[in-house]
Design a binder for this molecule. Structure first.
Ligand code: NDP
Ligand code: F7E
Length: 311
């Protein structure tokens, strides 16, 4: 990828898209094209086709998507399936029509079967039923990675797919209903400490296990894959380490310095019991994460809550 190549980052205002733009600029890629969803609704095929015909990007990072935590996925089931199918179908088709040299599609670790053997290898895809709470989203992501594979099979398109584990970092979503667990816990414990609340309520039983990767590490992995990976199979991107939600709750509580009680609301869903990724493929390609979870949580907490109020 030449330093003056025209690179389209779809979803640049999001947590992942923002990290991708930072990483590309840090690596001296200056010809980066972006559009907000107000400027370009990627569900609108005509608008997407017109944008690609006008801009003719050479490389595409497809980080735009409808994204949310377990409750959002389980509430807006049709939106998560339809929006994500429309976005990825339009961007991948337009990329082919305009001869994009290489496209990287972002999937998610939730594409794998609920009870897949752990750690999860890429070849476990479609070997068992999905987790019910995010099945619509997972099916959209599976369709996206399969569309990339199909364009490669039929047309020789160099479209690759990365399957990230749970992510956190600057620009995360802190809405208490729709966000993922880590940003939600940071906000809950911060506000409880500020308000001297006696108790913090967290969801589920605390027994599921999750793996967390800082979004700056993900962006670095995506650039590494764009530069060096030309394979058909999706590539897992993670740390290869996980912890229980209860351990995460205690880590966030201690980072924030909250000393009150914690109550687990078992009426809320646990979701997948565990989704630890096997990251040996990425390790074989020479990449490993850098930011440890405790360090990452400290940094994110400082940046999001101790320097300015959360929007
Ligand atoms: N967060 C996580 O834990 C994980 C995320 N991923 C994947 O990473 C990618 C990015 O996720 P993340 O950064 O967390 O999500 P965010 O919600 O932070 O960002 C999503 C972005 O997509 C854009 N977008 C959404 N709908 C549309 C639309 N109709 N038209 C144009 N743009 C749209 C938004 O643009 P705007 O701001 O302009 O409205 C936003 O910038 C997704 O593919 C997600 O599946 C994978 C695994 C874990
Ligand atoms: C990245 C991945 O993210 C999603 O899957 P998920 O990892 O299950 O999502 P989550 O981060 O929201 O929850 C993780 C665990 O944490 C528990 N939990 C406790 N307390 C809170 C809490 O306050 N908020 C949330 N959201 N969860 C909480 C919660 O009960 C669950 O056991 C997919 O939908 C899909 O988007 C996807 O691919």
């Amino acid at each position: 990828m030449e330093k003056n190549a025209k690179i389209y980052v779809a979803g640049h205002r999001g947590m992942v898209g923002g990290a991708l733009v930072r990483r590309l600029q840090q690596a001296s890629y200056q010809n980066i094209v972006t559009r907000t969803s107000k400027e370009l609704d990627l569900r609108n095929k005509e608008a997407v086709d017109a944008f690609f015909a006008e801009e003719k990007p050479e490389y595409v990072f497809l980080a735009a998507a409808k994204v949310g935590g377990i409750l959002a996925n389980n509430t807006y089931r049709a939106d998560f399936l339809l929006d994500n199918l429309q976005i990825q179908n339009n961007v991948i088709q337009a990329s082919f029509d305009q001869d994009v040299k290489k496209l990287l599609f972002l999937g998610s670790s939730c594409i794998y079967p609920k009870m897949a053997p752990q750690p999860i290898k890429e070849e476990y895809l479609l070997t068992g039923p999905l987790e019910a709470t995010n099945e619509p989203y997972a099916l959209a992501k599976i369709a996206g990675l399969k569309l990339c594979e199909a364009f490669r099979d039929q047309h020789g398109s160099n479209y690759i797919s990365a399957m990230p584990t749970n992510l956190y970092g600057p620009g995360d979503n802190y809405d208490l209903q729709n966000s993922h667990v880590l940003p939600a816990l940071l906000r809950k414990f911060h506000e409880a400490k500020e308000n001297n609340a006696l108790e913090v309520e967290v969801w589920g039983t605390g027994t599921p296990r999750r793996e967390f990767l800082h979004v700056d590490d993900l962006a670095d992995a995506c650039l590494h894959l764009m530069l060096h990976y030309n394979g058909k199979e999706p590539v897992n991107v993670g740390t290869g380490e996980d912890l229980t939600i209860r351990e995460l709750v205690e880590l966030v509580r201690d980072t924030v310095g909250y000393e009150g009680n914690i109550r687990f609301d078992t009426d809320k869903p646990d979701g997948t019991p565990r989704k630890l990724l096997d990251v040996s493929k990425l390790a074989d390609a020479g990449w490993k994460y850098k930011i440890s979870l405790p360090e990452g949580i400290r940094e994110v907490y400082k940046e999001a809550f101790q320097s300015a109020p959360v929007a």
